[in-house]
Design a protein around this ligand. Structure first.
Ligand code: SAH
Length: 533
């Protein structure tokens, strides 16, 4: 992600068009030409690549053959070369073939550098890739004349073009791409491409200042982090090496620096916000303590080799605690960079749940609009929007009509990624008399700066429905049918399963099984599934 700059996309979009602006009638831009503007475009991909080989000393066919790479690696190569050429960086055939230059292997190069790059659509044919294995075939026998060679390539290209029509189309949309890749290796690459796209959207969403302003204005959040660090400065900051995972504007790093940290390494995967953080740190004359690094925490090179810290500070929580899947990045940092005995702050996270009455399902608004009933709309919305979608909404404490339960508690100093990726929990909810039907469950979380490390004062950040509002609001799971009010003797028995979303690894799937009794085999009479994507 590091170094991605959206302006480069628009540059290409402006200059790239069907038919191009080059002298030929073609639409294929050779690789060693920095832009379509004023360039000679060729009628086939094979011709464009042949041009690179004869005029620019860059024979992609040879590179592909030497490296014995498949279709997706070829895509990466093309996008890498395009990016380098556009940036004026020299890429040589030799450095790619002998493996000195490995930068092209990064999955980010699965994303086309140039929008509608015709060359990518014809790549398989032009490079003589075997659709099954993805390996480059032997080049056809060289003829004396360049045009015979080009014709042979064209024929080969045409046959393959038909065979992989669907795959080429799907290049445009990662979502369909994955459905159409059959071979296991293709599926793996397609799924990685999908994740790269998910990450691109994710980090783009943190590139603007609006989202950071929202977080910086979230008082419960800010007060919890600031007081945890400042009140426990001797445990968390003074003389410590602190790693801020996902520093955003650098706020937590600067609080740690002000509280006496020896050195703070502030990392953010969104290049734009990392740059802003650098400027903010300078603006506050903290450059000697806080060093900002742009790049994914997981990516080699973002953090210097051998780096270790005493404290990891991070605000990684998403809706329903786990949405965004950023916790995995924190656990990665913990396992790689934290010294033995060091701490992750916050160090405990809990997911809570409770039942809610009818007001929570939102029909209230539609019951009376200027004295008119619009219940039909309310009902439809409920059916369409709320059911099966987990709904992020500010839930009023007054809507809660059962006891609370803890779904799970994570010790962030110990929990493993697998334990977070999927877990189930059983719990019971009870009611006092007259609390009415249960229409939904509300889920929220607390994070703790616990007494284990915060010896001076434990701090709790809670996002519960009875507490001050935070930007996380709460997550509402609307039941398919309301549960009748419980007797004094009864409890609503529930099992909740959280799972990383199978289609979007930053999303969540929640399965809720429930009922006032369970069958002998332990199954629950009702079940509902929700997703947060
Ligand atoms: N710490 C800041 C920002 C929190 S938002 C604050 O408290 O205000 C989370 C930030 O983490 C975002 O800016 C996002 O870009 C960054 N981030 C998420 N995953 C990351 C990863 N794997 N590597 C580096 N940064 C990451």
């Amino acid at each position: 992600m590091e170094g991605e700059d959206d302006s480069r996309w628009s540059d290409w979009e402006e200059s790239d068009g069907e038919g191009g602006q080059g002298s030929g009638a073609g639409r294929f831009l050779p690789l060693c030409v920095p832009s379509t503007s004023g360039a000679e475009l060729f009628k086939t991909a094979a011709e464009a690549l042949a041009h690179d080989a004869s005029n620019n000393n860059f024979d992609v066919r040879r590179i592909v053959k030497e490296l014995r790479v498949g279709f997706y690696d070829c895509m990466k190569l093309v996008n890498y070369v395009r990016e380098s050429v556009a940036a004026g960086v020299l890429v040589t055939e030799a450095s790619l073939v002998d493996g000195t230059d490995k930068a092209w292997m990064d999955d980010k190069y699965l994303i086309p550098f140039m929008e509608n790059d015709s060359l990518l659509f014809e790549l398989d044919g032009a490079l003589g890739l075997d659709a099954e294995s993805g390996d480059a075939e032997d080049p056809p026998a060289q003829s004396d004349s360049e045009s015979t060679r080009v014709r042979a390539l064209e024929e080969e290209n045409e046959a393959l073009r038909r065979a992989v029509q669907e795959l080429r189309e799907s290049l445009k949309v990662a979502g369909t791409f994955i459905d159409q890749a059959d071979a296991p290796a293709d599926r793996e690459s397609a799924s990685r491409l999908k994740n790269v796209r998910i990450d691109k959207n994710y980090f783009d969403s943190y590139a603007g200042f609006g989202i950071h302003r929202e977080m910086l204005s979230d008082r419960p959040r800010m007060v919890a982090y600031r007081s945890a660090i400042e009140l426990n400065a001797s445990d968390l900051a003074r003389g410590k090496d602190v790693l801020d995972v996902g520093c955003g504007t650098g706020i937590l790093s600067m609080i740690a620096a002000r509280a006496g940290a020896r050195a703070v390494c502030a990392v953010d995967g969104s290049p734009a916000i990392a740059e802003a953080a650098r400027a903010i740190v300078e603006e506050n004359s903290l450059g000697s303590v806080v060093q900002v690094r742009g790049g994914l925490i997981e990516k080699e090179g973002t953090i210097p080799e051998g780096y270790k810290c005493d404290v990891i500070i991070s605000e990684w929580m998403g809706y329903c605690l786990l949405y965004e899947s950023m916790l995995f990045s924190v656990l990665h940092a913990r396992d790689k960079y934290l010294r033995p005995g060091g701490c992750v702050m916050p160090d405990v996270a809990r997911i809570h749940v409770a039942g809610c009455g009818e007001a929570s399902v939102g029909s209230g608004f539609w019951d009376d609009v200027e004295g008119f009933s619009m219940r039909t709309v309310g009902k439809k919305l409920l059916e369409r929007e709320l059911r099966s979608q987990a709904h992020v909404v500010d839930v009023s404490g007054a809507w809660v009509n059962t006891s609370d339960a803890v779904v799970t508690e994570f010790d962030l100093c110990k929990v493993t990624a697998d334990e977070v990726r999927s877990f189930s929990s059983e719990f019971e909810l009870t009611q006092a008399t007259g609390q009415g039907k249960i229409h939904a469950l509300v889920v929220w979380f607390d994070t703790l700066f616990s007494a284990r490390h915060c010896k001076t004062e434990e701090v709790v950040l809670t996002t519960g429905p009875r507490e001050d509002k935070t930007h996380w609001a709460q997550t509402l799971l609307v039941l398919p049918e309301p549960v009748s009010a419980l007797d004094r003797e009864e409890a609503l028995l529930c099992r909740m399963t959280f799972q990383q979303h199978s289609e979007d690894y930053r999303g969540l799937q929640i399965v809720l099984e429930y009922g006032t009794s369970r069958a002998k085999d332990g199954t629950y009479p009702h079940a509902a599934q929700f997703e947060l994507v």
